[in-house]
Design a binder for this molecule. Structure first.
Ligand code: NI
Length: 184
């Protein structure tokens, strides 16, 4: 099932998402999230973006053919905990399926260490760097109620205000189905 993607302005994107009870069968949901993400040509999708305030996100960097080491970077992260973020911060132009047609530079630390459960409820702790770390940081922010535009300067935010208001009303062009707060 392909979910519509929740747009900026919806309160669910600002909530701190809830822990998922250990052992919950998430097979169908995770499959649906991959399908929804792939349809929207995204490389990461967090549960709040389909209207579910739970601590789960999926990533798939395998579509980034030019990025090295992405071959196996297709994963679900359940109840993740960011153990540490270290390294030299670097800037990269980020986008978000919930904030279509806006891309801005965001500075993030280079490496993350994350503890999480995989789709079989096996606990893992791994380190990631480069683009993998960035995708994880962006998606982890989503389950904390944070968005990449929160990192922008007040001036940048002011310049984007009109566009963001349009997005929150659903007045935006996308190739995928969207859901806005007022009509949800
Ligand atoms: Ni996003």
């Amino acid at each position: 099932m392909i979910y519509p993607i929740v747009m900026y302005g919806d309160p669910v994107l600002r909530q701190k998402a809830k822990e998922i009870e250990k052992g919950t069968d998430l097979t169908q949901l995770i499959e649906d999230m991959y399908e929804t993400m792939h349809t929207a040509q995204g490389i990461g999708l967090a549960a709040p973006q389909i209207g579910k305030s739970i601590r789960l996100f999926v990533v798939d960097g395998t579509v980034l053919e030019k990025e090295e080491g992405m071959e196996d970077f297709k994963k679900a992260f359940i109840n993740p905990v960011l153990v540490e973020e270290v390294g030299q911060p670097w800037e990269f132009e980020e986008g978000c399926l919930s904030i279509p047609n806006i891309r801005e530079n965001v500075s993030r630390k280079a490496q993350v260490r994350i503890r999480y459960f995989d789709e079989n409820w096996n606990q893992k702790e791994e380190s990631f760097d480069g683009m993998k770390a960035r995708i994880i940081q962006h998606e982890y922010d989503h389950i904390e109620g944070k968005l990449f535009i929160d990192y922008l300067s007040p001036l940048k935010k002011k310049l984007l205000k009109g566009k963001l208001t349009d997005i929150s009303k659903g007045e935006v062009d996308t190739e995928y189905r969207i859901a806005v707060a007022t009509k949800r």
